[in-house]
Design a protein around this ligand. Structure first.
Ligand code: GDP
Ligand code: MG
Length: 440
């Protein structure tokens, strides 16, 4: 794949924005990469369409090629689609909270049941009961019992001859009577999705009223992932997905397929056979894996960071000249937000400790940066260039326009004055701003 892509990447780096041709050329390869990673065709198609709409016209970061730029956009969209944040298993319900595990045979339900039970027990200090409702495979109940013994987790007593729903009922009663916080129901799977399985799951759901229904699926599931996820979600309703065998060499396309068709979060991943091989889901990791172009993504990220750096340097030069107006303060504030707070431009300056204290005293706080930007936005261009124009009536107008108070406007103006003074004096000092810029 890299060979094929390099053709596109070797093209002369140029400035400007992504053209439809750039995007099409790159997307042909991206499409192939997604299919090779086993993302379902019906998911790939709309995904690629969405990228096309987003990518055409996007400004190309200097020092990267159009193809690389598209890869970065694809990567970001993958992360967004997979879900930016980890969603934990929700136990906020009246105990015993039932968690029902569903999925095809061999997907890893029983193993994951023990993994989750272990996590709840050791990390969250919950009292957990595991119950096997798998009456189909003779050794299934014994398998869970052994896992329980190995990990110090209680399992429901095995009573031969009961139906899955009878066991579910008994498990919930035992959970109540035994004062358990959580009851995990490990169900039976089938080799393929079928009616009997869906009926069985619906019956168990009715009896146990689970707070979470976790679909357990093998990361190596290929094009079938869509069908499996859709069936379980439509017929039983799932609240989350657990992706197993992420330690294998599958590219994890199933994650995208299942997330795309159900919209349900991937909550956990299984990364081995042992009971502690359970991790939270990080979309970036799976996105890297699906795309298999982690290097390119970090290259573009680095290039973007360089651009930010260049903008910061240009700003510093301007400050040195002593012409620091409110427009500059605004981009400064926005830059800060982007760079993660006060550590932005100020962080690159000598004597920064003192400056930071001054700014904090003047009320620069990451939470209120947005309000400060709003205040500046409510000023006329002339006011921004000449802050000394800001007299009482203008302050009132700006406060009203930005939904803030005059007091806050005053604070902002004071902060600007302090910063402008400080920058001027630093600019004059030898080894101050000038020295810093020389050293970059
Ligand atoms: P079930 O039929 O859905 O209950 O599946 P099991 O829990 O019995 O798992 C089937 C097989 O997959 C067992 O050999 C497990 O050890 C293995 N397995 C489950 N999860 C993982 C995982 O995350 N990584 C690896 N490598 N193997 C797993
Ligand atoms: Mg099982």
């Amino acid at each position: 794949l890299s060979d094929r892509l390099s053709g596109i990447f070797d093209r002369l780096t140029r400035r400007g924005s992504l053209s439809a041709e750039d995007v099409d050329a790159a997307l042909r390869e991206i499409r192939r990469a997604l299919l090779e990673a086993d993302v379902a065709l019906e998911v790939v198609r709309p995904f690629v369409e969405r990228i096309k709409e987003k990518a055409v016209g996007v400004e190309i970061i200097r020092s990267v090629t159009p193809g690389q730029m598209v890869v970065k956009i694809v990567h970001d969209e993958l992360v967004a689609t997979l879900g930016e944040e980890a969603v934990p298993i929700d136990l906020h319900a009246t105990p015993p909270v039932a968690v029902m595990m569903v999925g095809l045979q061999g997907s890893g339900k029983t193993t994951t049941t023990a993994k989750i039970a272990r996590r709840f027990t050791t990390r969250d200090k919950r009292k957990v009961l595991m119950a096997s409702l798998d009456t189909r495979r003779p050794a299934a109940m014994e398998q869970l019992k052994v896992l329980g013994e190995e990990n110090g987790i209680e399992t429901l007593k095995i009573v031969p001859g009961q139906t899955p729903t009878q066991i579910a009922e008994r498990a919930m009663t035992a959970g109540r009577l035994g004062g358990y916080d959580v009851v995990i129901l490990d169900t039976a799977g089938r080799l393929h999705v079928d009616e009997a399985l869906m009926h069985e799951m619906a019956d168990i759901k009715r009896i146990a009223d689970p707070h979470e229904i976790l679909l357990v699926a093998d990361a190596l599931t290929g094009q079938d992932a869509v069908k499996v996820a859709r069936s379980f979600d439509e017929r039983v309703g799932v609240t989350g997905i657990v992706l197993t065998r992420v330690d294998g060499d599958g590219r994890g396309g199933a994650a995208l397929s299942m997330r795309a068709v159900t919209g349900k979060p991937i909550k956990l991943i299984g990364v081995g056979e042992r009971a502690d091989a359970l991790e939270d889901f990080y979309p970036k990791r799976i996105a890297d894996r699906i795309l298999g172009m982690g290097d390119i993504v970090s290259l573009v990220e680095k290039a973007a960071a360089n651009i930010d750096q260049e903008q910061a340097e240009a700003m510093a030069k301007k400050l040195q000249k002593g012409s620091f107006d409110l427009e500059d303060l605004k981009s400064q504030l926005q830059q800060m937000e982007k760079l993660g707070g006060l550590s932005g431009l100020m962080g690159m300056m000598p004597g920064v400790g003192k400056a930071r204290k001054q700014m904090e005293a003047a009320g620069v706080d990451d939470r209120i940066v947005k309000r400060q930007v709003a205040i500046i936005n409510s000023m006329t261009p002339k006011e921004r260039r000449k802050p000394e124009l800001m007299k009482a009536s203008r302050k009132k107008r700006v406060a009203a326009g930005s939904g803030t108070r005059v007091e806050e406007v005053n604070k902002l103006l004071k902060m600007h004055r302090q910063m402008a003074d400080m920058m001027k004096s630093m600019g004059k000092k030898k080894g101050g701003l000038a020295g810093m810029l020389g050293g970059m």
